[in-house]
Design a protein around this ligand. Structure first.
Ligand code: CA
Length: 228
């Protein structure tokens, strides 16, 4: 399975060079030249890693990084910085970036860093998102198929999205607000009650005993936590 990489960079020449380089290595690459829309893609695009420029229009790379970690995104982040000041590097790592690379850099250096990051992500999260197994439940998020005890289970679109969002943040408490934003993107008419109802449906379909869930836990007064 090829890894999906998001390149958030506003320098057209570099975007082209890096896209060619990464595609040539078999990665699936998407790019965005703006910090704000890059952040939205990063949150919802199911990427394994992000190459994130620091100086960006819309929202700078540091802010994008901070926001991704605040929303508990587990995506690997490699900051690309033209600056050489130690403060910026330390700042980026403090905000939750996994690594940084100072421009200009050599392609083999970049590829080596990306491979190292992806190895870490795979180890931590078993290639986040794509496929998960807990108890007798098996879910393929890419194919949007779920099975329980080998039998197909039909999950509605938002149930699948909600489950994926929780699974990708396994072990972490996710607030109803985060879910409203991350899964429903604040659609009108959607309230925290919607979140609760969808959780109940998921438990009904996937848990052995929905009244006493083993996987999708309620964190009283806050939200939900997936663990397996
Ligand atoms: Ca830039």
């Amino acid at each position: 399975m090829s890894a999906r990489i998001l390149l958030v960079e506003d320098e057209p020449g570099l975007v082209m060079t890096l896209s060619d380089l990464l595609t040539g290595e078999g990665y699936e690459v998407e790019s965005d030249g703006d910090g704000l829309s890059g952040l939205a893609k990063a949150l919802h695009g199911g990427f394994d890693a992000i190459l994130l420029d620091v100086m960006l229009p819309g929202k700078d790379g540091m802010e994008v990084c901070r926001e991704l970690r605040r929303r508990k995104s587990g995506v690997a982040i490699l900051m690309l910085t033209a600056r050489t000041q130690l403060a910026d590097r330390v700042g980026g790592l403090k905000l939750g970036a996994d690594d940084y690379l100072t421009k200009p850099f050599e392609p083999p250096e970049l590829l080596a860093r990306i491979e190292a990051l992806l190895r870490r992500v795979r180890r931590d999260g078993d290639a986040p998102g794509a496929h998960v197994r807990f108890g007798d439940v098996e879910v393929d998020f890419d194919a949007r198929e779920a099975r329980k005890g080998g039998q197909p289970v039909s999950l509605a679109g938002k149930e699948m999205d909600l489950l994926r969002y929780l699974v990708e943040r396994r072990g972490q408490t996710v607030s109803r607000d985060d879910l409203l934003e991350g899964v429903w993107e604040y659609q009108p008419g959607v309230t925290s009650r919607t979140v609760d109802v969808h959780v109940a449906w998921l438990r009904q379909k996937l848990e052995e005993n929905p009244q006493s869930p083993r996987y999708i836990h309620t964190v009283r007064g806050v939200g939900y936590r997936f663990s397996a």
